[in-house]
Design a protein around this ligand. Structure first.
Ligand SMILES: CC(C)(COP(=O)(O)OP(=O)(O)OC[C@H]1O[C@@H](n2cnc3c(N)ncnc32)[C@H](O)[C@@H]1OP(=O)(O)O)[C@@H](O)C(=O)NCCC(=O)NCCS
Length: 170
């Protein structure tokens, strides 16, 4: 398995796998994550080096993206998501590998922390903890323990009101 930054030629593959990963078997509707991704590419918070693909045998099988979010409008953090693994390649470490790649890039770049909204058990294992008790407050506090943070520095986490990149709408 190989991880690398997304290239323009990957966009179609990434769109396809995002559609497949988030498909609702009870609905024909395009998953919201696919539209969100298209908007993230165009927004101010887009950071090309934080749009990472996983390749197996030259095929793109997974994708993760983190974009610029802000605490109280002046402390930069990374907001992670969507994270998608092709259903045919799930449960083989692709998701964990993508998360490790984003974490390593962020740590190398001196980023303070990554926040995300997601499955508690999955991200707990990767070192994420509830953000709200740490003083990082999302625009919708009902996210509760699903809103999580990973501290990348030795310093205590900064506190404040977090806002994702604009396309998240929150
Ligand atoms: C969630 C997702 C990214 C995980 O990626 P993956 O490559 O399948 O997972 P990995 O192989 O890296 O990790 C597998 C481990 O995570 C666990 N896991 C997988 N999906 C999980 C979930 N939704 N909740 C809790 N644990 C989960 C598995 O039990 C497995 O642990 P085990 O090996 O002890 O059984 C992938 O299943 C996916 O794309 N799902 C659909 C889209 C989605 O939900 N994205 C995340 C939004 S927060």
């Amino acid at each position: 398995m190989r991880f690398r930054s997304e290239e323009p030629a990957d966009r179609q593959d990434i769109h396809r796998l995002t559609m497949r990963a988030f498909a609702d078997p009870d609905s024909e509707k395009e998953p919201g994550e696919a539209a969100l991704l298209a908007e993230l590419y165009e927004c101010e918070g887009y950071l090309p080096e934080y749009s990472v693909v996983a390749e197996i045998g030259g095929r793109v099988v997974g994708h993760a993206i983190a974009t610029r979010g802000w605490l109280d409008g002046d402390i930069p953090l990374l907001g992670l998501g969507p994270l998608s693994v092709d259903p045919a390649h799930q449960r083989r470490g692709v998701g964990v590998g993508l998360m490790a790649e984003i974490r390593d890039r962020a740590a190398r770049d001196g980023e303070r922390a990554i926040v995300l909204l997601g499955h508690i058990e999955y991200y707990n294992r990767l070192g994420y903890e509830p953000a709200i008790p740490n003083g990082i407050i999302p625009s919708d506090p009902s996210w509760g323990e699903y809103f999580m943070v990973l501290n990348l520095s030795e310093m205590p986490l900064p506190k404040g009101n977090f806002r994702y990149a604009e396309p998240f709408g929150v």
